[in-house]
Design a protein around this ligand. Structure first.
Ligand code: ZN
Length: 232
């Protein structure tokens, strides 16, 4: 190999590497291009992923990653926190919690209605992890914006400890939480592990739609049915 052809190989290989990295990451950012498309396409209410849609279900079943320190400081991060709140509080949804996979992003952010605080605010939490689950289990009804028209009876710990990045103060915090708020935290952090309440439920029942709508939903068949799923 001549000196010139060696240089040519190095240039081609470098270009290939540069091309590969620019396809997935913006310079100075760590979000992928795919994530940036979703992060930048909405300025309020976002598209909700549903388990009956095949490509949505792949997102809902994937484990979400933490934000990097750089991402925590980005404008996209702050926009996502604001848009998650707008989406869960949209009158057509009227939810008590939401997670980033439900708006198409496998990133570790949730929003939770704080029943344990005055005025019951819905607050966003990033890089949230449950570090303790009490042994004391209670079962109660749950629904999910991504599993429309169903509800289930789900056993959950009545007390938990969560660690998270607090968006308002910009610091990492740990909280002990109980009651219904603890149930919402468990439901939403499950989403970040690719787990849906129907996986944990003792029973699931059809809540609203007609028999025809139920049949259509089941025919879409993209979700994973647990062994006890009552509708064949
Ligand atoms: Zn849910």
């Amino acid at each position: 190999m001549t000196y010139k052809s060696l240089i040519a190989v190095i240039v081609v290989v470098s270009a290939a590497f540069a091309c590969k990295s620019s396809n997935t990451r913006e310079p100075g950012m760590t979000f992928t291009q795919e994530e940036l498309v979703i992060l930048n396409q909405s300025d309020s209410v976002m598209y909700l992923t549903v388990i009956g849609d095949k490509s949505d279900s792949l997102i809902l079943r994937k484990v979400s990653r933490d934000f990097t320190d750089e991402e925590l400081q980005s404008k996209e991060f702050k926009t996502l926190a604001r848009n998650l709140l707008a989406t869960v509080q949209d009158p057509s949804q009227d939810g008590v919690g939401i997670s980033a996979p439900q708006v198409g992003l496998n990133l570790r952010m949730i929003a939770v209605m704080r029943y344990d605080k005055d005025d019951k605010p819905i607050e966003p939490y990033a890089n949230v992890h449950i570090t303790y689950l009490s042994q004391n289990i209670k079962s109660g009804p749950e629904g999910c914006l991504s599993v429309p028209n169903y509800r289930g009876i789900v056993p959950r710990s009545d007390s938990i400890i969560v660690s998270y990045y607090d968006i308002n103060s910009g610091t990492h915090k740990t909280d002990t939480i109980g009651g219904y708020t603890a149930i919402i935290f468990q439901h939403e952090t499950d989403h970040l592990e690719g787990i849906l309440y129907i996986d944990r439920a003792d029973s699931v029942f059809f809540s609203q739609a007609s028999a025809d709508e139920r049949k259509l939903f089941e025919q879409q068949g993209a979700y994973t049915k647990p062994a006890w799923w009552p509708y064949k």
